[in-house]
Design a protein around this ligand. Structure first.
Ligand code: MG
Length: 380
């Protein structure tokens, strides 16, 4: 149960913290500060994510993901963020580093002016969505720590309502698929990557090993024929599949609308959109959207996307890239109000730097730590 008195004390203290020399430690305990007002100090470093298995999608394969880890410090309190850059999004360690080097966040002496800060960051240069997300995520972590509350509580979400998260099985040889299905046993939803010629074979292996667990399918733009796609949607519907993600190339709007009209399964957009204004044109084309912080430029806009999608009567999914528990836990704070979650990016890497949200009995489990709810793993 939420301790209302404690929450109000924390929220009130946040206002004080912004306006007075009293501040709060990373874990919510008040600490006396002698300096008057601080400045936002940004630091960052590249951190290559090592994937536990080669990641095979319809259009490419890889064993590492470039990533930049970010810290935003204010009055001795540190917020953590990150930019993860899977190749198809077009960002790199070099572009993120150049973008972050171009920022002057020391001009802001009040971290609660989140609208001013993030509008400034967004207007420095177009695109650079993962780089922008790294600042947004670190700022949210910092503000939550100053307020002494986790973000799901600040937004008023019920942590008991978190969904199950899917576990991803990529396109691979039968032997590897079987090994990954074993690994997926604790999960209550299996996400299957499709779009090559082994689609039905992969599903048949999973159904043989796990007859009852619901699956969802991510085609990653891999299907080209609308008739084949419709046939697959019917075939998958008979095999306890919940939805199909990004069946066609993102430019195939008419084909997607055609499929959506006839498919027994909801069609979810992923590669087809990045930012908030993109969603408006999806009414009648897709049934729902897969929000990822590295596309949305972070939590601030992702939170607005949930509201807009609901207003358009669309389903909402929260997803991730291969990321550390920093960005994955950031996204998990939004999960109590989504239909589906695909937050296994931290489980796919071998060198996580944070302890954050956990998956218990397949369900996303949020903890009571302030900010995003993460703590760095010592020595990483
Ligand atoms: Mg996807």
């Amino acid at each position: 149960m939420i301790n209302r008195r404690k929450f109000l004390a924390g929220a009130g203290a946040s206002i004080l913290a912004a306006a007075s020399p009293i501040s709060f430690s990373a874990f919510g305990a008040p600490t006396k500060k002698t300096s008057k007002s601080g400045r936002l100090n940004l630091s960052f470093f590249p951190y290559e994510l090592q994937l536990r298995h080669a990641f095979n999608l319809a259009r490419y394969s890889r064993t590492t993901t470039p990533d930049v880890q970010v810290q935003l410090e204010y009055d001795g309190i540190v917020g953590y963020g990150e930019a993860s850059m899977p190749p198809y999004l077009g960002e790199s360690v070099e572009s993120v580093t150049a973008f972050l080097n171009s920022l002057d966040l020391s001009q802001f002496n009040d971290p609660f002016k989140i609208e001013d800060i993030l509008t400034y960051v967004d207007n420095v240069a177009p695109n650079n969505r993962a780089a922008k997300a790294s600042i947004d995520i670190a700022l949210h972590d910092l503000l939550g720590k100053i307020m002494g509350q986790p973000w799901y509580k600040i937004w008023g979400y019920n942590p008991d309502k978190t969904p199950v998260t899917s576990f991803t099985i990529g396109i691979d040889t039968e032997e590897v698929v079987r090994r990954k299905v074993e690994e997926a046993r604790p999960y209550k939803l299996i996400k299957v990557k499709m779009g090559l010629d082994k689609d039905q074979e992969t599903i048949n292996i999973i159904r043989e090993m796990m007859p009852d667990v619901p699956i969802c399918v991510d085609v990653n733009q891999g299907w080209t024929s609308k008739e084949h796609a419709l046939e697959m949607c019917h075939w998958l519907n008979e095999r306890n599949c919940l939805f199909v993600e990004q069946p066609f190339d993102k430019t195939m709007i008419d084909e997607t609308a055609w499929l959506r009209e006839r498919s027994p399964l909801p069609i979810i957009a992923d590669e087809a959109f990045q930012r908030l204004p993109d969603i408006v044109r999806f009414k009648g084309v897709y049934d729902g959207i897969n929000i990822k912080l590295m596309k949305s430029t972070g939590l601030y806009e992702a939170h607005k996307m949930v509201t807009l999608a609901r207003a358009l009567d669309m389903k909402v999914m929260i997803g991730c890239m291969t990321e550390t528990s920093c960005a994955v836990t950031a996204a998990a704070n939004l999960s109590p109000v989504v239909d589906y979650a695909d937050l296994d990016g931290n489980l796919l890497i071998a060198n996580d730097r944070f302890d954050g949200m956990t998956v218990e009995n397949g369900k996303i489990t949020l903890h009571d730590r302030p900010g995003l709810g993460i703590i760095p793993i010592a020595g990483k």
